[in-house]
Design a binder for this molecule. Structure first.
Ligand code: BES
Ligand code: ZN
Ligand code: ZN
Length: 473
């Protein structure tokens, strides 16, 4: 894992290159004050300080290198949306792209922009080293020092999600999810509990039912971590840990299966959020739950038409074995609810329908509590980690009916597939618990500056900012 801490240092006047931060509003004034050589270069490159644009300028003497601690060779001018309030992704084009060295900002405080400096400097290198990698680039900070720890933790949490999702299913099975949660529990002196085998079958029939076909190599389990003081409010974080989703006997097409190593993306988000909660010592009693299974095929695989019992008592007819996420989450949500937490959040790569509705970048948020939903949406905007609320539209519930069991796991027809999936989950959530469900992609299909194609954290910083606001005061 990238050592993000080393990428930010205290500014003690050491040699460094300058990054002049500008926006379209103060650009003209700045340009007026520049020597002719700078002005003509900036104009020739048509640089007008648009967000995410930047330019390297040779240090030619005169105003750009008047700072005696200037490292020399070149200086950087960079455009942002508002130089008075840096945003999380503003520096994402610079960190990781600029040549190795030390930099300091001029004309802005990095504060909320530190995350964007750090995260592009992380790459997934488990199976090969990335060629032509730039950096490391170190940012020198003065008044932003208070924000550094938080930015480093957010970058670490984001990198953890990306790395876990990028790791192929053969190296990120239920046992690996267990290892990761176990390490986390050791670091934070938390309690770990793992349920498997006969106990899983008896107490969590839906988790067992989905995972049993992979019993020999990747046995299903429920991984739980508990942390915090007993007089603090209880919160539960749950993540879909399907380490590979073949679809089961309702098998996916090759194209549909291709990136299904990412189906534990919800678990990665939940684990990363739990890590942030514990690192910040948020005054809560945390319950993390990861149902970890591989949705595979074997002679004993769950079949379409089978009926499963659930921890909650509802019988569930299997209309489609590819709708497995809602099954494993159902039992985990039931257990989480038994502790009567005041809040439950789950993350899941639950439906293709959510992606058809909102595309890859925008997680669908379902929430049974309007204040909580508003708070999450607001935090998402503030963090530039946007969410879109979708309705728990109870009048579609009839579509989950089964002739022979209490419910089917899929709706008839494919309309509003993410809503009917969320309605299925809602059956396992106690009515008086505030609950948010993120149907997230956990994947970036094409790279974007500083954000490589592959695993991605989507909804993590939004939910973290919300929890911090709600519980840290
Ligand atoms: N893991 C998939 C959802 C998914 C598919 C997320 C593609 C992102 C991209 C989930 O287990 C699934 O297969 N859902 C089915 C449900 C259907 C059978 C009702 C789906 O969305 O097609
Ligand atoms: Zn599936
Ligand atoms: Zn799935």
């Amino acid at each position: 894992m990238t050592d993000f801490k080393t990428l930010i240092a205290a500014d003690k006047g050491q040699k460094a290159r300058t990054i002049q931060i500008l926006d379209v509003f103060n650009f003209e004034d700045w340009l007026k004050d520049q020597p002719d050589s700078v002005r003509s270069l900036v104009t020739a490159y048509k640089f007008v300080a648009n967000p995410e644009s930047y330019l390297l300028l040779p240090v030619t003497g005169g105003k750009v290198d008047k700072d005696s601690s200037e490292q020399g060779d070149f200086t950087v001018v960079a455009g942002v949306r508002n130089h008075k309030a840096m945003e999380p992704w503003d520096l994402v084009k610079l960190g990781g792209k600029l040549p190795e060295g030390q930099y300091r900002l001029a004309g802005a405080s990095a504060k909320d922009g530190l995350f964007g400096w750090l995260i592009p400097q992380h790459q997934f290198e488990r199976y090969k080293e990335i060629e032509n990698k730039q950096g490391p680039s170190v940012l020198l900070v003065k008044d932003e020092i208070a924000q550094v720890d938080e930015a480093v933790r957010q970058a670490e949490a984001t990198a953890l999600v990306r790395d876990m999702v990028n790791t192929p299913a053969a190296d990120m099975g239920p046992d690996k999810l267990e290892d990761i949660v176990e390490k986390l529990s050791e670091t934070h002196d938390a309690d770990l509990k793992v349920t498997r085998g006969d106990t899983l079958e008896k107490n969590f029939p839906m988790i067992h039912g989905v995972g049993k076909a992979a019993m020999r190599e990747h046995a299903p389990r429920l991984i739980e971590l508990k942390w915090g003081k007993s007089d603090h409010p209880k919160i539960a974080i749950i993540g879909k840990g399907v380490t590979f989703d073949s679809g089961g006997l309702s098998m996916k097409s090759p194209a549909g299966m291709l990136i299904m190593k990412k189906d534990m993306g919800g678990a990665a988000h939940a684990i990363a959020l739990a890590k942030l909660v514990m690192e910040a010592k948020l005054p809560v009693q945390l319950h993390l739950l990861i149902p970890a299974v591989e949705n595979s095929v074997d002679g004993n695989a769950l079949r379409p038409g089978d009926v499963l019992n659930s921890r909650q008592g509802l019988t569930v007819e299997i209309g489609n074995t590819d709708a497995e996420g809602r099954l494993v989450l159902g039992d985990a949500l039931t257990l989480a609810g038994e502790d009567e937490p005041e809040l439950m959040i789950d993350f899941a790569t639950l439906t293709g329908a959510a992606r058809i509705a909102l595309g890859p970048d925008l997680p669908a948020l379902f929430c049974n509590d309007d204040d909580m939903a508003a708070g999450l949406l607001e935090s998402g905007d503030e963090q530039d980690d946007p969410l879109w609320r979708m309705p728990l539209w109870s009048r579609y519930e009839y579509r989950l009916k089964s002739a022979i069991a209490d419910t089917n796991n899929v709706a008839t027809g494919s309309f509003a597939g993410c809503i009917t999936a969320a309605l299925f989950l809602e059956k396992f959530v106690p009515g008086d618990v505030a609950w948010a469900h993120f149907d997230t992609y956990a994947w970036r299909p094409a790279s974007k500056s500083g954000r490589p194609k592959g695993g991605e954290a989507l909804g993590l910083r939004a939910s973290w900012a919300y929890l911090k606001k709600r519980y840290a005061g």
